[in-house]
Design a protein around this ligand. Structure first.
Ligand code: NDP
Length: 485
């Protein structure tokens, strides 16, 4: 019988590996604050073993046909779906997100990525490009080599799969470093890939803090780094990768706008604002945390929002009736509480929530501020917690300028009944993903990623293939060669 929990700290060359010399990392269940597991940070020797394994496995993995590699990925997707409940419970233990969410958003989304890129793997090919006189060019699309994946803590299963699936489909191998806050889930992904037939060393997982990530990036065997994390970390990782001229994908933070016009369907707009601010207790990179509401419906919006929020079932994340769980850690909760204080100090009007709940675990109420102005700290900085800022506006042109007046550009949403306006606004948003009358959908078939400081490169979709492979060109002459002398 398969074990529902990982059995050691790291997964290298097809097997769990323990190395107690590494610093102890306690895994804390956010719903209770209790330590539920302990892992050890990777020592330099563990990092070396992981990179050695990934390098050794890469050539043979790349030599398999795409169809063969894809079959492994699709088998892994099936196993993930079969074990969805166990994997969802583990994701909930890692992150505190309610089972109501993890059952439908984590292993399932990871399985989608494995299935989608498994299906594409056989079609990753080069091109034939005719030239004058019968000459031609063909291109060879090749894997990059050993890739490093570095994950954030909000979607540990999904992030591991979103990086592993396209990387492996193209014939790369990977060493993945989990966030130190959520070390468990990626280990199960590694275990499942082996069970699905992936050769040893193709996908390895190591634990550790930022320093372990940093040591992976600078290793000369590494060809590419894909990071999901904050902008400050992105800057450091991008700079370290640049030194070795490595490929990067940067999935970074955001402070995304949602613009709600007077003519919007109020119920849908409130739903969008809830999904874009309170799912996963607000710990979603693409959240629309600056909600611009046209003055005509502002009070109706706030009243209905407060009414709907009072229906949130806050409690034990393992209870499937719970729709709002704790934040991932005490530190993250305190960061959000600090922003709430700052919002009040800077004159925003607290219309809902604002406090830590009087119970064990890291529970913060869903919180809404109204009368927020563009210069307030809560309107400018990514909070990464359940804190929504509602800002007023009069006309479209003004809302557009204010929505784009941010260094971030991950996502943006518009709610309106006027389709022409909806498309015009979507075109003018400076954001990687725009939503019209919905928010925060991320299907694997669509590119996902940011513009401006929110990132470089795209995950998901055919686009991701280009970020895990490169074309080499072969020019073939069919004619005698002429030279000037
Ligand atoms: P961090 O930026 O703090 O950390 C991200 C990862 O990078 C962690 O594994 C971290 O290790 C590691 N790390 C930190 N410093 C370095 C370094 N110098 N070199 C290499 N690796 C390093 O982000 P969080 O984990 O706090 O996640 C929240 C952030 O992630 C938010 O900004 C959010 O918007 C963003 N995010 C973006 C997504 C997207 O797709 N665009 C999706 C989800 C989240 P450790 O923490 O263990 O020390």
């Amino acid at each position: 019988m398969q074990n529902a929990q990982p059995t050691a700290s790291h997964f290298i060359n097809g097997a769990y590996v323990e190395e107690t010399a590494g610093d102890v990392i306690d895994v804390i269940y956010p719903a209770t604050g209790e330590v539920i597991a302990t892992v050890h940070s990777a020592t330099p020797a563990i990092v070396e073993r992981a990179l050695f394994a990934a390098k050794a496995a890469q050539a043979d993995w790349a030599a398999m046909t795409g169809t063969e590699r894809g079959r492994v990925l699709r088998r892994a997707a099936d196993i993930m779906r079969d074990r969805n409940r166990d994997l969802s419970v583990l994701e909930t233990l890692d992150t505190g997100k309610p089972l109501q969410e993890t059952l439908v958003a984590d292993a399932t989304s990871g399985a989608d990525a494995l299935e989608y890129f498994g299906g594409l793997a056989g079609s990753v090919t080069g091109e034939y490009i005719p030239q004058p006189g019968g000459d031609f060019v063909y291109t060879v699309r090749e894997p990059l080599g050993v890739c490093v994946g570095i994950g954030a803590w909000n979607y540990p299963t999904q992030i591991a799969c979103w990086k592993a699936a396209p990387a492996l489909a193209c014939g790369n191998t990977m060493v993945f470093k989990s966030s130190e806050t959520t070390p468990l889930s990626a280990l199960k992904v590694a275990e499942i890939l082996i069970e699905a037939g992936a050769p040893k060393g193709v996908f390895n997982v190591v634990q550790g803090m930022g320093a372990v990530g940093a040591s992976l990036i600078t290793d000369p065997r590494v060809a590419k780094v894909s990071l999901t994390g904050s902008v400050p970390t992105g800057r450091k990782v991008y700079a370290a990768a640049a030194d070795g001229m490595k490929h990067v994908t940067m999935e970074l933070g955001g402070k995304s706008p949602i613009i709600i016009f007077d003519d919007a369907d109020l119920e849908n707009a409130v739903s969008g604002a809830i999904l874009g601010n309170f799912y996963s207790s607000g710990q979603v990179c693409s959240n629309g945390t600056r909600v611009f509401v046209q003055k005509g419906i502002k009070e109706a919006f706030l009243a209905r929002l407060s009414e709907r929020l009072s229906n949130a079932v806050i409690g034990d994340p393992m209870d499937e009736a719970t729709s709002f769980g704790p934040m991932v850690s005490e530190a993250q909760m305190n960061i959000a509480l600090g922003y709430i204080k700052q919002g009040q100090a800077e004159g925003a009007r607290l219309v809902y929530g604002g406090s830590r709940l009087n119970r064990n675990g890291f529970y913060l109420e869903p919180t809404v501020f109204a009368d927020v102005t563009d210069d307030m700290t809560i309107a400018q900085e990514e909070i990464f917690g359940p804190v929504m800022s509602v800002l007023d506006f009069d006309v479209e042109a003004e809302a557009m300028i204010r929505a784009n007046a941010t260094e971030f550009g991950l996502a943006a949403g518009v709610f309106t009944a006027d389709l022409t306006r909806a498309h015009r606004v979507a075109r003018r948003f400076e954001a990687g993903t725009c939503y019209i009358n919905t928010y925060n959908n991320a299907p694997v078939e669509a590119p996902f990623g940011g513009v401006k400081m929110s990132g470089v490169g795209r995950e998901n979709s055919r686009d991701a293939i280009n970020h895990y492979s490169q074309a080499r060109t072969v020019y073939v002459s069919m004619n005698d060669l002429e030279a000037p002398y």
